[in-house]
Each structure stands twice: as C-alpha cells, then as structure tokens.
Design a protein around this ligand. Structure first.
Ligand SMILES: Cc1ncc(COP(=O)(O)O)c(C=O)c1O
Length: 441
C-alpha cells in the first residue's frame, strides 16, 4: 500500500491544487460511479482503435463542438497524440521545421520515425528567464532554406503560457503548402479563452491537446484535433502504432463527459476564470512579481520569483507552506495552473500568500536561457537508439549527445540528441547544475 497510502497522505494536507489535472480532484467533478465503469473492449463498449460505436459517436460529438474535421480520443496522454500527429504528417521520415521549445515526447518520436529536425529558435521576447516565442518570419526563412521540409512543428502555449504567433505561422505554412502541427498540450481549453485562442482556430492543421492538464478529464486523457480531411483516414492506425491495446475506459468516458461540460457552460466558466486570474495577476504585479510579457494564455499563472529575490524553487516551497501546490518551479519562475475547478477558497489562499510574500531585491537576471545550437552530426534516431554511455559534462566536449539536455526541462534544450557538444554548451549546462550527459559510444 505504498503509493495508495502516499496519495491519501497527500490528500490529507488539503493543499489548493494549482497543478494538473484540471478537475483538481474536486468532489462531484465526475459521476461517482466512473471508476466502476472500468470495462474493456466488449461487444457493447466499442474499441478505441477500431471505433464504430459509442467511442466514434463521442469523438464525432467533440469534432462537432470544436468545428474540426476529426477529434480523436487518447487515453495515452498528449504524448500519443504527438506521436500520431508526426506519423500522419511525416510518415516515412525526412526533414521537419521544429521550434526548439520542445517536449521530450516529440524528441523521442523523431527517433522512432526517423525524422530530422531543422531548428527554429524562439526569440526571447517574453522576459528574462523565459524561452520566448517562435516568429512567422523565422519559420518562413527556415522553409526557404529547407524547401523539402514536410511539416512545421511547434509548441504553443509553452509551460509559462507564452503564445507564439500561430495565425502568422499558419499563413506561412499555407503558402509553402506544408502542414502546421502544434503541441498544444497546455492549451486544450483555449477554444473558450479570449476570442478563441486554440491553434486550430488560428489556422493550424493538427493540434495535440493534453486535455487532462487543464480540463475536467482523468489523467492520461487527451485529444488529437485535425482540421484537414486528408489526415483523418489513417489517424486510428497512426495511434495504434504507438498506443496500448488497453486504453482505460474511465479516461475515455471522462473525455466524453468533458465535451458535454464544455457544451453546457465552457464559455461562461472560462470567462469567469479569466476575470478571476486577471485580478490575481494584477495583485502579483502590484507586489513586484514580474510575469511573462506579450501574448499569453490569460488563465496561466507564471510568477517570476527572482524579481522579488527568491528562486522559483524557494517560491514553490513558500507557497506549499501557505497550503498551495504549484505545477512547476525552475530557477526563477513558479507556474500555477488554474481551472474552473479551483474554488474561490483556492484563489483567496493564493492571494493571501502573494500579499504576505517576503519581498527582497531581485536576483541577477538570467539573460540567456540556452546556448546556440551546435551542429547536428547524426540523426536523432541514430543518437537516441545507438549505444551510449554517461559522461561528466566537462569530459563530453566534442562528443555526440545521445539525449537532450535542458537546464530547466520546459525550456530550450541546450543540446539535442545527435549534436556535437561544444565547450560553450558544456559550460552552460554545468552553470545550471547539469553534471552528466549521455553521449554516443
Ligand atoms: C509541452 C508538452 N507537450 C507534451 C506533453 C506530454 O503530455 P502528456 O503528459 O499528456 O503525454 C507535456 C507534458 O507535460 C508538455 O508539457
């Protein structure tokens, strides 16, 4: 009973959940019999990868709500949606233009499918210590340099809620006749925020939504959203290539229930959430806490604790002492995920913590968040699947990285698998506390 007991103990602390999942473990978020519906593929219950009955109908209801050509359920998280999306757009390998703010699920998929990335770097315009945004003109330039690229792939919003210019980038992709694939793990709810900020609404071809992060869905539930007919026929096959043959029915049922919940009150719930979070962010600014600049998800709370003299990790510990569990902390920032399932008491607790937070002089700002990318010597496939060994970072200069190395994992990797490790990269990694790295033997 180790894990079960640990979870019960954590629950007893009664911390306000500002982390995933989006349902916040709220009593009544799901019908009380949901876990009793843990069935399998039966003649009555349909089958995810060969859906013809209730699962297909539930997926169609979602697609109707979102006005997309196809919504496909995943009980294997957004990771499975990312794998399927890349398989559909780049089925037999080749080059792809990729934003360098990237989750490891995508890096691993490059290896599995033999895809070779051509990197586009974000411009650090969201503030110190943040990766920043991918710009349309940089994507345009990359596509001109690499006319054989089969797709453009990027992550937006990022962990801090920072949005890239999906509208501008999708326009560029349309002109170059390549699909735009968006890792929208943190933005499943964006249909209902602002004027509608979901990547599909802004012109993306496909988007992978980690639905469980921000919507009332059990952990592991995700949607692949497809805007173009030509990718719909093979989508189940693409998912089945990577997914478990035992997708959890309660997870899929929670995706189905979420569609109903959004239909009935999503717009209103998110309108209220935006307004509540805006007040909280204003209070944080008034207390001297910097936050990301420019276009951002209005519901994501990212607090730069370094602006009041704390590291992100110290800030997270402070919040825990105030009864709040954040989503993530790095060198400077604490990230909190707020959803309509947070109670007013959660927000009041967070506001009190912000009001009472000890304010000191800002820490020195982290101007650079990554080193310039080094040259790609072998493909990610050769690097990740090849024989490797672990080396101290300082004895790795000149070697070929067999893994991605990133000082703060949601940020821009300093080294990608297949790149030669430069002195600058090794110095950078050491400065940020990374002492070992896997290199090719
Ligand atoms: C940007 C990004 N993409 C993809 C994923 C993978 O999502 P999932 O955990 O639903 O597989 C994550 C998870 O944290 C993420 O942050």
């Amino acid at each position: 009973m180790h894990l079960y007991q640990t979870l019960c103990n954590h629950q007893e602390k009664n911390r306000s959940s500002f982390h995933t999942p989006g349902h916040k473990n709220m009593a009544g978020a799901f019908p009380s019999d949901l876990l009793e519906l843990d069935y399998t593929e039966l003649p009555d219950t349909d089958s995810l990868y060969e859906a013809q009955g209730a699962i297909l109908q539930a997926e169609h209801a979602a697609a109707d709500l979102f006005h997309v050509k196809r919504t496909v359920f995943s009980a294997g998280g957004c990771t499975l949606c990312i794998q399927a999306m890349l398989r559909l757009a780049v089925p037999d390998g080749g080059k792809i233009i990729m934003g360098r703010v990237i989750h490891r699920s995508a890096i691993n998929t490059l290896a599995l499918l033999g895809i070779e990335p051509v990197w586009v770097l974000p411009r650090p315009d969201a503030g110190d210590g943040l990766p920043g945004r991918i710009y349309a003109q940089d994507v345009e330039q990359a596509l001109r340099k690499e006319p054989g690229a089969k797709a453009v792939y990027l992550t937006s919003p990022d962990y801090y809620g920072v949005l890239s210019d999906i509208e501008g980038i999708s326009e560029v992709c349309r002109r170059h006749r390549v699909p735009l694939l968006v890792d929208n793990a943190h933005g499943s709810h964006l249909w209902y925020v602002g004027e509608g900020l979901h990547p599909i609404q802004l012109g993306a071809t496909m988007a992978a939504d980690s639905t469980h992060k921000t919507l009332p869905v059990l952990t592991g539930g995700a949607w692949l959203q497809i805007a173009e007919e030509r990718y719909t026929a093979d989508v189940k096959e693409a998912m089945a290539l990577f997914g478990s043959t035992s997708p959890a029915y309660p997870i899929m049922a929670s995706l189905d229930l979420c569609v109903d919940w959004l239909q009935q009150g999503g717009q209103e719930a998110y309108g209220q959430l935006e307004e509540r979070v805006a007040r909280l962010k204003m209070l944080a600014w008034q207390n001297g806490i910097r936050q990301p600049l420019g276009a951002c998800d209005p519901t994501r709370i990212a607090l730069d604790m370094s602006s009041i003299g704390m590291t992100g990790k110290e800030g997270a510990d402070y919040l825990r002492r105030c009864g709040i569990e954040p989503e993530m902390a790095d060198g400077g920032y604490v990230v909190l995920i707020a959803t309509p399932f947070n109670s007013e008491e959660d927000f009041v607790r967070l506001e009190q913590a912000i009001r009472q937070i000890p304010v000191a002089s800002p820490l020195p700002t982290m101007k650079e968040t990554s080193a310039p990318p080094a040259s790609q010597v072998v493909s990610p496939r050769q690097a990740i699947l090849g024989a490797s060994e672990t080396r101290p970072v300082f004895f790795s200069v000149g070697e070929i990285a067999a893994e991605a190395a990133c000082p703060c994992p949601p940020g821009v990797p300093v080294v990608m698998p297949g790149e030669r490790i430069t002195e600058k990269a090794a110095e950078f990694l050491s400065t940020y506390g990374i002492s070992y790295i896997k290199v090719l033997k």
